[in-house]
Design a protein around this ligand. Sequence first.
Ligand code: ZN
Length: 283
Amino acid sequence: MRKTLSVAVVLLFACALVARADEAVVRPVVPAKVADKDRIENWTGKNVLVFTPHPDDDTFMCAGTMEMLAKHGNTVRIVIFTNDNKGSKDEQMTRERLAVIRRAEEEAACAVLGIPKENLTWLGYEDGDLEYANPQRLRGEVCRLIKKYRPDAVFTLDPGEEYVRWHKTDHRMAANITKDAFIASEWQLYYPQHLLDENLHGYSVPVAYYYYTTSPNYAVDITPIVEDKIKASNKHVSQFSPSLEKYTPEMSEETYQQLRAEGLKQMKDRDKYVEVFRREELP
Ligand SMILES: [Zn+2]
């Protein structure tokens, strides 16, 4: 995600947020009508699949919700499209080394949330190049994972509701390809080899929760675990200055506190801290 400290904290929790002069607040949410039993806050024993373009977007946008789901006895699996191996300004850094660092940071963040590294699937695409992957093959990889894990909900980037929304590179592709894979998963003849080779049957994703949305309709109260989210987010040390410019594996207390303060501000909704999504029941 490549950020400086000042820009990072804005981007960090930001996409569904608007800033006012006196404080940053979460964009008002017109809540979707959801029965209590269908609210993810009440789920237990379910499977959830989270797609993320880079090994940090999931943490920044969904960490509190993922931790809550894991704590309630649900299985949270995360699919990471790219190795995020270009987002450093350190001229001593190499792509190979950065990929290793970013993987370790994601695993450390997930450990804070109670998600074991065995639940992470790395698709291994080069950072910034997801647009240039073969779309049919990429959709097939996503489709195969959906058929394999048969998630009760998918978390992914919002491709837009009525119109395609703009995303940065990698985010665009991740948003669109995941949504496309919902259809390809339902109709097994899109990728019949999944059935022939692995006995993976067609599957219809029942509901999606889109992050990086401009039209949230679902807020998850993460107040009791917000400090865990801060801790997990700050495991992504190399994404923030000064480590961004000259890599160091440790984050100073001063940087931690700065990021914490900005993060809390961005997630604040009156007396709560929230993560927001656009919830869509799929036909
Ligand atoms: Zn990203």
